[in-house]
Design a protein. Structure first.
Length: 276
């Protein structure tokens, strides 16, 4: 597959189809950006991209609208990501499509999205009678945002990442709500929070916060930013264990929450943050 971001529907006028159209999905190979990080062969991480789709609607067989929230979990080793506007257009194509029921809808979503991502995806639907059971929560950890620092560089600078290799290793969970990057194609802002859990030489926190704020004028998709953060910390600070989890605010009824780790931590909680 040779799809590139500039060929996607992003930044272009799009007719909203309201009848089922799986061909709207636009896959982009992950390896294009991983090559920039010199990631070839065995990846230094595993993980998931957790998508939440809040604007999912279809018609039952009598023509009555139905609604649900879909959660899609995509393995990080899938060959492709799916460009988010194409994902939105695909979901909107169900708006006037009659479907036999939630199980039939799940089957369509599972087949189409697994084909687009190039690997099996896991999907759950939360129907209205269960909306009240959904919970909110913020990323846990010690806040980096408390630090009073001066910033004059807004591009990722891995040399800012340092760790104290002369002292005993530590285990820490650090969080920041100051993550911002920009869409690779349109330049529109993407807002997020990030959690970094590691075991190893203690990371210098001011440098880490400066590094994270450095994404503020950086153009990459969510998944690519998280992998860049993971790889830069791993290479510069050399932790023995590392997990990076970002929760991005939604756009077009979708949020994307990438998680990358090199040790078994269990699936991260899919709790919607206040800004999501």
């Amino acid at each position: 597959m040779n799809n590139t971001p500039d060929q996607s529907p992003l930044g272009k006028s799009s007719a909203y189809q309201t009848q089922y159209a799986p061909d709207l999905l636009f896959p982009i190979p992950r390896q294009q950006k991983r090559d920039e990080l010199q990631l070839t062969g065995t990846l230094p991480f595993f993980g998931l991209d957790i998508w939440n789709a809040y604007e999912l609607s279809w018609l039952n067989m009598r023509g009555k609208p139905q609604v649900a929230i879909a959660t899609i979990s995509v393995p990080a080793d899938s060959p492709n990501i799916v460009e988010s506007k194409s994902f939105k257009l695909y979901l909107n194509s169900f708006n006037q499509t009659r479907v036999a029921g939630p199980d039939a809808l799940l089957a369509l979503l599972r087949d189409d999205l697994s084909n687009a991502f190039g690997a099996p995806v896991h999907i759950t639907l939360t129907e209205p009678e269960h909306f009240g059971k959904l919970k909110m929560g913020e990323l846990e950890g010690y806040s980096l945002d408390r630090l009073d620092i001066e910033i004059d560089d807004y591009s990722p600078a891995p040399h800012l990442l340092t760790a104290n290799v002369n002292e005993a290793p530590v285990e820490e969970t650090l969080v920041s709500n100051l993550l911002k990057s920009n869409c690779l194609v349109t330049g529109q802002p993407d807002w997020g929070s990030v959690q970094i859990h590691y075991v190893g030489p203690q990371i210098e926190q001011e440098g880490l916060l400066r590094y994270l704020i450095g994404f503020r004028e950086h153009n990459e998709f969510h998944e690519q930013c998280v992998e860049r953060i993971f790889v830069d910390i791993l290479r510069q600070c050399k932790p023995t264990k590392l997990a990076v989890y970002a929760r991005y605010t939604r756009r077009g009824g979708l949020d994307i929450n990438p998680w990358r780790a090199n040790f078994s931590t269990g699936r991260p909680p899919n709790l919607r943050g206040a800004r999501q």
